[in-house]
Design a binder for this molecule. Structure first.
Ligand SMILES: C[S@@+](CC[C@H](N)C(=O)[O-])C[C@H]1O[C@@H](n2cnc3c(N)ncnc32)[C@H](O)[C@@H]1O
Length: 336
């Protein structure tokens, strides 16, 4: 079948499947951190969690099957009661605690059906710090219900000693009503492409695009998380060289973004096909460190690609961006 010219969905050839399959880690006895670092483990997390080392995780990102009936390639998850979903989560979550450093942060994703179970479990095991809600703008409206347009991410820590780099996750937005004091712009700057303000992020994220066919990160996975979303979490809650762990890795978004941002990763996924896509994406990240929507060390609002490009090629006048641009060029960051 011929693809639409703008379709950039990642595919796998038979040759790639064979090569990437050889890279996957299968484990049946306890392994050290060196043996698992920056590897894709093809396994059921419940079967291998006891074989992983203690206290190696700086950032735990969990994106489990939500409490929905959903097919993931060769397996499927069946919607159940909140209580049963909670029991299922508890069966693996309490075993993951041993893997965490005392300074670790934990992020757990869910939709409205799973959120209450996640909250109660998080409260049992961790210090609950916040609930992020992100706008998940995809799909048609529902005729007999409100369209489900958001998801939650619960943010927790093991202790009160934890990393939070707020300056690394600033948002660049257009100023709608620019205010001046004594004719001088108040907290905003004018660039050739418009007037902008840099703000600290809140717990409502409306700047996230769900991967779709014309995005270069897109794969056939039905619930792949956007790289931009992972970039916010990883930049805020880890430092370079830290270890990011994802026990329900899908096509490896957490590992890919960790690699792009110079962190280490360990990821586990039960489905071999998804592991192969993760390997391919990790391979692609060797050469391409760009993250859609994150340029010049700031997160841009959705659909601002034209502004970003014109900013890059024409203006470079921005007072607050100039030092960041220099840093980005030094790091070899390129624009797409
Ligand atoms: C919501 S998806 C994760 C998507 C991922 N965040 C990404 O961006 O690609 C959940 C994943 O968990 C995997 N999974 C389900 N049960 C699992 C288990 N017991 N151990 C490991 N992976 C599992 C599914 O195959 C699915 O790919």
């Amino acid at each position: 079948m011929t693809r639409a010219p703008r379709n950039r969905t990642i595919t796998l050839t038979d040759n790639e499947r064979e090569n990437y399959r050889r890279k996957l880690l299968k484990i049946d006895n306890p392994l050290s951190l060196e043996q698992i670092l920056n590897k894709v483990i093809n396994a059921d997390i419940s079967e291998v969690v006891d074989l992983l080392p203690s206290r190696f995780v700086d950032l735990l990102f969990i994106d489990p099957p939500y409490n929905l009936t959903k097919t993931f390639n060769n397996s499927s998850f069946k919607q159940t009661s909140v209580t049963e979903y909670m029991g299922w989560m508890q069966s693996w979550l309490e075993k993951l605690i041993r893997l965490l450093k005392p300074s670790a942060s934990i992020y757990i994703c869910g939709d409205w059906r799973s959120s209450s179970a996640i909250h109660l479990l998080c409260e049992k095991y961790f210090i609950v710090r916040n609930r992020i809600t992100f706008e998940r703008e995809k799909g048609r409206g529902a005729k007999k219900d409100w369209k489900n347009n958001c998801e939650d991410i619960w943010f927790c820590t093991v202790s009160n000693d934890f990393t939070f780099n707020a300056d690394a996750v600033k948002l660049k937005r257009k100023v709608i009503a620019p205010y001046r004091e004594n004719s001088i712009p108040k907290d905003w700057v004018e660039e050739e492409s418009g007037k902008y303000r840099l703000t600290y992020p809140s717990n409502i994220w409306t700047d996230i695009s769900i991967p779709f066919w014309s995005m270069q990160e897109n794969t056939p996975h039905p619930t792949q998380k956007p790289e931009k979303l992972l970039a916010k979490i990883i930049l805020a809650s880890s430092n370079e060289a830290d270890v990011v762990f994802d026990p329900f890795a899908g096509v490896g978004t957490a590992g890919v973004v960790a690699k792009k941002l110079k962190r280490n990763f360990v990821i586990v996924e039960v489905d071999e096909e998804y592991c192969l896509y993760a390997e391919k994406r990790l391979d692609m990240a060797e050469k391409n460190h760009t993250i859609q929507g994150y340029y010049d060390c700031v997160f841009w609002e959705r659909n601002t690609l034209r502004d970003i490009k014109s900013n890059d090629t024409r203006s470079k006048k921005s007072r607050f961006l100039q030092p960041m641009l220099v840093g980005a060029q030094r790091n070899g960051r390129r624009y797409e």
